[in-house]
Design a protein around this ligand. Structure first.
Ligand SMILES: [Zn+2]
Length: 203
């Protein structure tokens, strides 16, 4: 079974890329962020950590991921892990146990100013809690008037971006032999073409 590890700078469009791969190729999507959020419904320990905006410890993360991988039969994209150096060996042991091969590591990057401009243009429906990137003024679902993201969201984004850039170097270096970089600085068509040439180039 093959795995593509997806790493993305904050705001570089990880959600868009994983959705596109899922829709167009026979590859599942496993997000450890989503797994943890789901798990937090039944685990108070995990809920407390997530509510504080912190990361769970490595063992908890790997256990939650293993629970999911036990059921996995198809090739898949993994997003959200590894995030720290301490997770490399745990992840490698886990993959060995389930006979999973890391086929490729895709790093989606974006120019900081382009990302910031996109974030500032985003509008949100406070009723449905959905974020929109388009120029519409009302929520297509509930017709509520959309509002711009607040300044603290923008500030939080800048903080996240800088922290990410500090930690990502070592992760990328670790996977340098399998690494491909996609820059999401242009439009969606360009992004999709890049993904296609990457994934088709695999076969
Ligand atoms: Zn709405």
């Amino acid at each position: 079974m093959n795995c593509i590890i997806l790493i993305s700078s904050p705001g570089a469009g990880k959600g868009t890329v994983s959705q596109y791969i899922k829709d167009n190729y026979n590859i599942d999507h496993i997000s450890t962020g989503n797994l943890l959020r789901k798990k937090s419904e039944t685990s108070k320990e995990i809920k407390d950590v997530l509510d504080k905006g912190l990361f769970v410890d490595d063992n908890t993360l790997i256990n939650v991921l293993e629970e999911r991988l036990k059921k996995q039969k198809n090739d898949f994209i993994l997003d959200g892990t590894p995030r720290k150096l301490s997770q490399f060996s745990l992840l490698e042991d886990l993959f060995k146990k389930y006979n999973i091969n890391i086929k490729r590591v895709i790093f989606i990057d974006i120019n900081f100013m382009i990302a910031l401009k996109r974030i500032m243009k985003r509008k949100v429906c406070e009723n449905c809690n959905i974020v929109y990137n388009t120029n519409i003024n009302r929520c297509p679902k509930c017709n509520n008037i959309l509002v711009r993201r607040s300044d603290d969201k923008v500030f939080l984004y800048i903080k996240r971006y800088l922290l990410f850039k500090k930690t990502i170097r070592k992760i990328i270096y670790h996977y340098k032999d399998k690494l491909s970089v996609i820059y999401n600085n242009k439009d969606l068509n360009y992004l999709y073409k890049e993904i296609d040439s990457l994934i088709k180039g695999d076969d």
